[in-house]
Structure formats: structure tokens, C-alpha cells
Write a protein of this length. Structure first.
Length: 138
């Protein structure tokens, strides 16, 4: 692998982690929203990542890294709460809240942030190596 490919790999990783952080932010922002039906209730979303290395091997391509294959909604049950006085309560007196687990979201946020930092550090190291290589000829 060329040193120049490292920039593509790290860039794809940073892009994937940015998507992950955006989804965490969306999940956390909607964690306490209320709905009167299960169809209208927000559901936690998670990214699905795939390795580009497999594609590169199959198609003899030079691109490697990671890509976001899609976003899936959590199938965990929604939270229901009996609140007959709430304006959004259904005819049975229940309101529905998203299936967002704040502890999981905080862990995802810290993991995505650390992965992003690791990719930045990899870019800085590759840059330093290239600079040192250029100085050899002087």
C-alpha cells in the first residue's frame, strides 16, 4: 500500500465516523419526544459500515477503507407511558417515547469520537513520514 492511499483510508474512516456522530446526535435530540401512536414515534438509528477492501480485492481497485452501507432503525420496543392528561395521549391514555438508550448513545459518541481522533492521528503520522522522506534527498 502506498503512503498516499493512507489519506484515502483515513478520510473514509473520518467520513464514516462523522455519519455515526450525526446519527448519535439525532438519537439524543429525539430521546424524549412524545407521540400518540407507534407509527409516528421516532426510532433510534444506527449506521451500517462495510469494508472497501473486499470490493478492492474483487475488482482490482486501489480504493480501500470504509463506507456507510446504510442506516437501520432499532427494532427495540418503544417506551410507553400512561399519561391520560397529556395532550398527545391516545384514546387509551398512553403516550409513546422513542427506543433511544442514552447510555448506549453516550458510549457510541465516545467511540466514534475516539475513532475519528485515531484517523486524524494516522493522517498526521503519514504526513510526517512523507515530509521525512522528502528530506532524505537534501
Amino acid at each position: 500500500m502506498s503512503l498516499y492511499n493512507i489519506f484515502n483510508v483515513a478520510g473514509s474512516g473520518m467520513s464514516a465516523q462523522t455519519t455515526r456522530l450525526n446519527l448519535v446526535a439525532s438519537n439524543m435530540a429525539n430521546a424524549e419526544t412524545v407521540s400518540s401512536s407507534t407509527n409516528e414515534t421516532y426510532r433510534a438509528r444506527q449506521p451500517v459500515f462495510g469494508a472497501l477492501l473486499q470490493d478492492a480485492m474483487a475488482h482490482q481497485s486501489t480504493s480501500k477503507g470504509v463506507r456507510v452501507l446504510g442506516v437501520i432503525e432499532s427494532q427495540a420496543p418503544l417506551r410507553t407511558e400512561y399519561a391520560p392528561q397529556h395532550p398527545m395521549a391516545n384514546e387509551e391514555g398512553y403516550i409513546f417515547k422513542p427506543n433511544v438508550n442514552m447510555v448506549e448513545e453516550m458510549a457510541n459518541m465516545m467511540s466514534a469520537s475516539q475513532s475519528y481522533k485515531n484517523n486524524v492521528e494516522m493522517l498526521n503520522t503519514a504526513k510526517q513520514l512523507l515530509q521525512q522522506t522528502l528530506k532524505i534527498g537534501q
